[in-house]
Design a binder for this molecule. Sequence first.
Ligand SMILES: [Zn+2]
Ligand SMILES: [Zn+2]
Length: 90
Amino acid sequence: MLDCCSCEGEEPVRKRVRERLSEGRLAVATGLSVVRRGTGRLCSVCDHPIGRNENEHEVRNGGGDTDAVAHAGCHRIWREESRKLVPPLC
Ligand SMILES: [Zn+2]
Ligand SMILES: [Zn+2]
């Protein structure tokens, strides 16, 4: 289940991640991320605010030139879809 209480389920979020990755609105998230308490910033994946009772995952340069934050569940999907775009080197 997704951590974002506003999201209906995993499939719509997955679809949006793929769209945004292809449009370049989300960067490929394979690097480091920072987890901290939510501050009400909007999730770059689903556009819902990340509340103070949730954790936000900050991805460096995740939105292109800027840092992006995402819910834990959205971030997990973002990373999964990013991995599909970057095949392992072997
Ligand atoms: Zn959401
Ligand atoms: Zn989200």
